[in-house]
Design a protein around this ligand. Structure first.
Ligand code: UD1
Ligand code: CA
Length: 454
């Protein structure tokens, strides 16, 4: 059998009023990426053939995020927020292209997995016109209820419109639906707005399909897949679920997490073999950790590549553009940004290395700072291989330190240093014999005078 084509429509036009935030709801983050990015990743992994994203007027940021994650996605603007069915019809031209299946996914349901989306499409191949993901939430408040007659789904009732007996139903609408492309438009265009909120509810599609003698079914899944996010509390709950899943996947892949519940991962964090992560480490987006690396406690990593057998932390901060070569060591209170640290190089204590290149086996002493910013522009620092930067040096960029060169402690380096040279750039030490005791004597004298005035 030939694979069925599938259009995914992601609804993201809601304002997310209940989040009490200026940011559109779908741009809030869990596990290092936006809610919209999570949904688009699941949709892509489920093997859809086309993706449409429906955004609200003026939500250019949501459209930009959609294009960043799925460059092939088509964005549609829902001019007025008139309900979920109205939002789907904003993508009418995509539906009109005649896909075999249509998946409708809410942008505020980020924990959905590709396998669940594929499972939802199965009944369509067997002749169902509508398939709905159902679940039994611990707290059904706010969700639509699924009304079943035997194996058939006959209606979905929104909570605001439900009778007391309907509200008692535990099986709820997960919000994700699949339509057979052949009947989709006919069903969607029949949906009206005769309800409490005067909105066009997508959920009415079920009753309409049944009235057209078409079959609707429910596919029951666990709550975590379809947790909807309307509030900041639900955002925090979803974060907890996402972290639980990511930690489990890392453990299953052989990563040692000494205290898994204290480690925060991103959906795209990548680990090699025999990696050890100590307690209390945060991984932001785009971090790769190669075989045998150790990330010690209280380190924070974003956009960093950690090479083989590297040691990071405790208390290290790796910012975007950091690339650590094999066996490099980044110790406590060291911040690295947009810098390549080659194999075997070390910065073990209290440093800032930004916009820099540090050659293999170079040693960056405690307290060394690359002065990369002059108030308006950023400049680069290059440190040659096997160079030795004495403690508490300030390297004022742009500046190059040659291979194997030696910088005396406390230097302020403003000019390039040739290979194999020694550079000292600090005030000379002066010694005045007996000066301290003379000072003490003067102070004592001062005190006696003060007392004698009383
Ligand atoms: C919806 C369902 C409810 C289900 C719940 C699951 C309807 C009518 N209700 O309720 O049965 O249990 O999801 O989480 O579908 N949106 C638009 N344009 C609009 C309205 C909504 O794009 O005009 C988008 C929102 O951005 C959101 C999604 O559709 O991503 C769902 O809207 P929301 O208002 O959150 O629906 P719920 O009240 O949660
Ligand atoms: Ca919702």
């Amino acid at each position: 059998m030939e694979a069925r084509s599938c259009l995914a429509i992601v609804l993201a036009a809601g304002e997310g009023t209940r989040m009490r935030s200026a940011l559109p709801k779908v741009l809030h983050f869990i596990a290092g990426r936006s809610l919209l990015a999570h949904v688009l990743a699941a949709v892509a992994e489920a093997g859809v053939t086309a993706t449409a994203v429906v955004i609200g007027p003026g939500q250019e940021a949501a459209a930009a995020e959609a294009r960043r994650i799925s460059p092939g996605a088509q964005c549609f603007v829902q001019g007025e927020r008139r309900g979920t069915a109205h939002a789907v019809l904003a993508a009418k031209s995509a539906i009109g292209k005649g896909p075999d299946d249509i998946l409708i996914v809410y942008g505020d349901t980020p924990l959905i997995r590709a396998q669940t989306l594929s499972q939802l499409r199965l009944p369509l191949a067997k002749g169902a016109a509508v398939a709905v993901l159902g679940f039994r939430p611990a707290d059904p408040a706010g969700y639509g209820r699924l009304i079943m007659a035997g194996d058939e789904l006959v209606a979905i009732r929104e909570e605001a419109d439900a009778s007391a007996s309907e509200r008692a139903i535990k099986l709820c609408n997960g919000g994700i639906m699949a339509f057979a492309g052949a009947n989709a438009l006919a069903i969607l265009e029949r949906i009206g707005d005769h309800n409490r909120k005067s909105e066009f509810y997508l959920t009415d599609a079920v009753e309409i399909a049944c009235g057209m003698k078409l079959r609707a079914v429910a596919v029951e899944v666990e709550e975590d897949d379809v947790r909807g996010i309307n509030t900041k509390s639900q955002l925090a709950e979803a974060e907890a679920v996402a972290q639980r899943r990511l930690r489990q996947a890392a453990l299953d892949a052989g990563v040692t997490l000494v205290a898994p519940e204290t480690v925060f991962l991103s959906a795209d964090t990548k680990f090699g073999k025999d990696v050890v992560v100590e307690p209390y480490v945060v991984f932001g987006e785009k971090v790769t950790v190669e075989d045998g690396a150790v990330i010690r406690s209280f380190s924070h990593l974003v956009g960093a590549h950690v090479g083989k057998s590297v040691s990071v932390g405790p208390y290290a901060r790796l910012r975007p553009g950091t690339r650590l070569g094999e066996g490099a060591r980044i110790g406590n209170f060291v911040e690295v940004k947009e810098a390549v640290i080659e194999a075997g190089a070390k910065a073990n204590h209290l440093s800032y290395i930004g916009d820099a290149f540090v050659g293999a086996n170079a040693n960056v002493g405690a307290g060394t700072i690359t002065c990369n910013y002059d108030g308006s522009e950023k400049h680069r620092t290059e440190i040659g291989r096997e160079a030795f930067i004495g403690s508490n040096s300030a390297l004022v960029a742009p500046v190059k330190i040659g291979e194997r060169a030696y910088i005396g402690s406390g230097s302020v380096i403003t000019e390039d240093v040739p290979a194999d040279a020694l550079a000292l750039a600090r005030a000379r030490q002066t010694v005045k014999q007996g000066w301290a005791s003379r000072l003490r004597g003067l102070k004592l004298l001062g005190k006696k005078k003060a007392h004698s005035r009383d």
